[in-house]
Design a protein around this ligand. Structure first.
Ligand SMILES: [Zn+2]
Length: 415
């Protein structure tokens, strides 16, 4: 019913566009090689639009000197080198960012009566995501002033399953020493001026933005942060006005290279080891100490977490050291705490009204990177980065800005 109504509208658009021959009025058009290109007839092409398929006859110009040919109308409509209209491309990106490519294809058909098969959804979404990433690198999105007096920046990494060809020669954590994944690094920026019932800061709704990519990782914990990552971190921070915020907080896990980069780029920012990671460590020790007794493990882990929150680091260290000889996770947790002592002054941080690990970054890892892990797919670096950039853009509320810029820059290129 709706599909047939859309088809009526599509026929009207078709008639109107095909009656208009102004795109072929002049016998020649200048070619970029300097020679004139000649009008070489009108040719039909079917485009997938928000109204369904629309077949348009367009003037073709061909340059004999260099062999280049083009359709001025395709360029004017923003559909050169594609058969999807900008609206369908945009919808495809929206759907692919929240669902698998197959589900996105079904959603487009169900909600918009637009048919784009799953393979095509994948190609379009990945290409669109690469455009988003390029726009981000070119800093086309305007920098904002800081959104609050206190701003938070979190960094975390999580593995994305990759195709074997993408992993050749990379050391990894699999039993044979090879890698099955590459690490996607997520930068999350937010504010937390709102308080919950207990007076603790909670993430402000709509304040979260993301940046995610598979930058080459530091090979060892003590290596400096890879340049692609630090550049991306700087761009994202500057876009959100993070460096200008009166109080800046950086939350991360224990990786040394993250703190080295943070110290260099944002001197004076408060560094906090995300409590989420610390509590994970305590749970790991607890499970090793009480492998068959979940209740005891829980009591032990929660007691250590409470001590950490209360600032009793020495007490936690004493307990860990007592187990270090027979429990590897306990032995490893000791230097983790001693080297990060300054970043684990949780009682002080909480007294200052700061978040010590709200799960904002963890939630970001799930929503931005998670689908790449759940889909059962093995990714290419290009494909994964396209989808990561697309999801970060949409979930961070920048899709509208991206499309405004894309439309404007295409109109300028066609003019
Ligand atoms: Zn030419």
């Amino acid at each position: 019913m709706r599909r047939s109504a859309l088809q009526l509208a599509a026929r009207a658009v078709e008639r109107r566009l095909n009656a208009d021959h102004c795109d072929g009025q002049s016998p020649t058009q200048p070619c970029s090689c300097g020679h004139p290109a000649r009008f070489a007839g009108r040719h039909p092409k079917t485009f997938q639009t928000a109204l369904g398929p629309v077949t348009i006859e367009r003037a073709y110009y061909h340059c004999r000197a260099c062999g280049r040919g083009w359709f001025p109308r395709d360029q004017a409509l923003g559909m050169a080198a594609t058969s999807l209209s900008p609206a369908v491309t945009r919808m495809t990106g929206s759907a692919a960012a929240v669902a698998s490519f197959a589900t996105a294809s079904d959603l487009l058909d169900e909600l918009a009566a637009v048919r784009v098969n799953a393979k095509r959804v994948e190609r379009v979404a990945e290409a669109l995501g690469r455009e988003v990433a390029a726009a981000e690198r070119a800093a086309v999105f305007a920098a904002e002033p800081p959104a609050a007096a206190t701003m938070y920046l979190g960094v975390d990494g999580t593995g994305v399953p990759m195709r074997p060809a993408e992993l050749v020669g990379r050391p990894g954590k699999q039993p044979d020493g090879s890698a099955g994944t590459r690490e996607a690094k997520l930068v999350v920026i937010w504010t937390a001026d709102q308080l919950d019932q207990d007076g603790r800061p909670v993430c402000d709704h709509g304040s979260v933005s993301y940046s995610a990519a598979i930058d080459s990782a530091a090979a060892r914990d003590t290596d400096p942060a890879p340049a692609a990552f630090t550049q991306r971190l700087r761009r994202e921070a500057e876009r959100r006005g993070f460096p200008q915020a009166p109080r800046r907080v950086i939350l991360g896990d224990g990786a040394k290279w993250i703190w080295a980069a943070a110290t260099e780029m944002f001197p004076g920012a408060i560094q906090i080891v995300d409590f989420f990671h610390v509590s994970e460590r305590m749970w790991e020790v607890a499970r090793a100490l009480f492998p068959a007794d979940r209740d005891s493990a829980e009591v032990w882990a929660e007691a250590r977490c409470e001590e950490l929150k209360a600032g009793a680091l020495d007490s936690v260290l004493a307990t860990l050291r007592a187990h270090a000889g027979h429990c590897e996770p306990a032995a490893k947790a000791v230097p983790y705490i001693t080297t990060n002592r300054e970043r684990m002054r949780y009682a002080e941080f909480r007294a200052q009204g700061l978040q010590i690990g709200s799960g904002v970054v963890e939630a970001g890892c799930k929503s931005v990177v998670g689908r790449l892990k759940q889909s059962g797919m093995y990714w290419t670096k290009d494909g994964a980065e396209g989808i990561l950039a697309l999801r970060a853009c949409i979930l961070g509320g920048r899709y509208e800005d991206f499309w405004a810029w894309r439309t404007e820059s295409r109109l300028q290129a066609a003019a």
